[in-house]
Design a protein around this ligand. Structure first.
Ligand code: ARG
Length: 247
């Protein structure tokens, strides 16, 4: 009998146990992704993901803390245990899924386009932007950036660390189009679009968003998926969705 292997199994604890022992759920996210996670005037984090994380902690019987982390370093931070889970509008991609695990998707979105109004009628889809005469912006390390490189390889691509800056570049006419997740484009269009932008709001990618955890932790994943199913079916998800996303 191989007693050695079972000792190793025993030593490998679920993140779930660490959370319960600590009495605190540590959530990794990057604020500034409206309406999922952003800071209010007092500096408190608010949004769809924040409310979901609070429900999650309540169901565990622990308190919750948010660890604001730059997007392009958020997966390494999860892997090196800076927090327990990423709840941050993260798209499930096969490349990311090689390094981390995802719970079931909690919403499906896609890439959309905020276009400078001077191109109204001329540019009607991402295909028209696949041309060296156009400069297209998005945020570093996101699926917006990946979509531009994959589907608009002939366009000039300008990458930004702050998504609002990528969008403002199009508002002020230094770039032609901003490519990003549908919900944040809805928010930006309402705030900055009038007379400046055209919203091509038909998503052209398929992007399930999901909570991410470290690999090799089936107990945590099992808890998360059952929690998600409960949240979605007992009315709480709908309340949070209507509060932040429904237009
Ligand atoms: N869905 C996109 C991605 O996964 C962008 C998410 C950005 N989220 C954030 N909280 N900044 O790449």
């Amino acid at each position: 009998l191989c007693g050695y292997a079972s000792d190793i199994e025993l030593a490998k604890k679920s993140t779930l146990e660490a959370i319960l022992q600590r009495g605190e759920l540590l959530v990794g996210m990057e604020a500034g992704y409206m309406p999922f996670e952003m800071a209010d005037k007092k500096g408190d984090f608010i949004g769809f993901d924040i409310d979901v994380a609070k429900e999650m902690a309540k169901a565990m019987g622990v308190k919750v803390s948010f660890v604001n982390t730059a997007w392009d370093g958020i997966i390494p931070a999860l892997v090196t245990e800076k927090f327990d889970i990423i709840i941050s509008g993260m798209t499930v991609t096969q490349e990311r899924n090689l390094k981390i695990n995802f719970a079931d998707p909690y919403i499906v979105i896609g890439q959309t386009i905020l276009l400078n109004k001077k191109h109204e009628g001329k540019v009607t889809s991402y295909k028209d932007l696949n041309d060296p005469q156009y400069t297209v912006t998005s945020k570093l390390g996101t699926t917006g950036e990946q979509a531009i490189k994959r589907l608009m390889p002939k366009a000039n691509y300008k990458s930004f660390e702050v998504q609002a800056e990528a969008m403002l570049e199009v508002v002020n006419g230094n770039a032609d189009a901003f490519v990003y997740d549908l919900p944040i484009c809805v928010t930006f269009m309402a705030q900055y679009g009038a007379g400046k932008l055209v919203f091509l709001d038909e998503p052209f990618t398929y992007e399930p968003l999901a909570w991410a955890v470290r690999k090799g932790d089936p107990d945590f994943l099992n808890w998360l998926n059952n929690f998600l199913s409960q949240l979605k079916n007992d009315g709480r998800y709908e309340i949070i969705y209507n509060k932040w996303i429904k237009t």
